[in-house]
Write a protein of this length. Structure first.
Length: 276
């Protein structure tokens, strides 16, 4: 991609995008411009990639960049978009990486083309999805360019507004949710067996890597995999019965809670958009 790329906010996801684009040869470091409220994080990025341009204000990103990623909390994204809006034109592209900010929200503020792209930490390994929603002003050429940028580090997937929250729970939040459950499994092994937590972590890590590879081959669905491992009347079945009994309503509740937070964010965003 022969464009100047702005990253506003170099926290976890902003930093991940920079590192992934550069290490996977999607962008040259000299194409990337960054700014951040905390100069320490920006300096840390520039120490690793000296050719990255570090500027002090979001307005400078708006002046220099063709494609601008807004990598901040939802409320901050609205505030940033309002700051850079007077500088932007219809040929530039503004991208939110959070599910709470819709392309409609961005189009109400900026004159540029807009998109929402929710990445995953798994994209660092060229795995996982990236979730795409395009604004009405987004050209066919822009859509193709954005998908090409991400298809080398992920599997792009277009998602509508009514599915974005649940999709983000699975794709973007999912690694943290699954990681917590695996952490509990290792702690349980430590508490109930002679295994140390470190031994359990090594074993479960290899199990998950192997499970991913097995599912990637496409030979098993999740139900089929469970069926193959679970011998009738065996130990696995006893363990699954505990999971079914004690965790059965965990995930419906999880999706309910994340949706509730999502709607609270949307209400706050709506109030900010209404208040001029």
């Amino acid at each position: 991609m022969d464009k100047q790329i702005g990253i506003i906010g170099v926290g976890n996801m902003g930093k991940m995008l920079i590192q992934t684009f550069i290490t996977q040869n999607r962008l040259n470091a000299s194409q990337i411009w960054i700014t951040n409220r905390s100069s320490n994080k920006a300096i840390a990025i520039q120490n690793i990639y000296p050719q990255v341009h570090w500027v002090q204000t979001v307005e400078e990103i708006g002046k220099h960049c063709d494609l601008i990623f807004l990598c901040a909390k939802p409320i901050q994204i609205i505030q940033i978009a309002k700051k850079i809006a007077p500088i932007l034109n219809k040929n530039q592209i503004v991208i939110s990486i959070t599910s709470s900010i819709s392309v409609t929200d961005l189009e109400a503020i900026v004159p540029a083309q807009t998109a929402r792209i929710v990445p995953s930490i798994l994209n660092q390994t060229q795995k996982g999805n990236s979730l795409f929603t395009f604004g009405n002003r987004c050209s066919t050429e822009t859509k193709a360019e954005l998908k090409k940028l991400f298809e080398q580090i992920s599997i792009p997937l277009e998602v509508t507004d009514n599915k974005i929250r649940a999709a983000s729970d699975l794709v973007s939040c999912g690694p943290a949710f699954i990681g917590r459950i695996l952490e509990w499994m290792c702690e349980g092994a430590q508490q109930a067996t002679p295994l140390s937590k470190e031994e359990a972590e090594k074993m479960i890590t290899e199990t998950i890597i192997g499970l991913g590879a097995l599912l990637e081959k496409g030979d098993f669905t999740l139900p089929k995999l469970i069926e193959k491992v679970c011998v009738k009347g065996g130990i696995t079945g006893e363990g699954l019965a505990v999971i079914d009994r004690e965790i059965g309503q965990l995930f419906p509740h999880l999706f309910y809670v994340t949706e509730k937070k999502f709607q609270l964010d949307k209400t706050e965003i709506k109030n900010l958009l209404t208040y001029k």
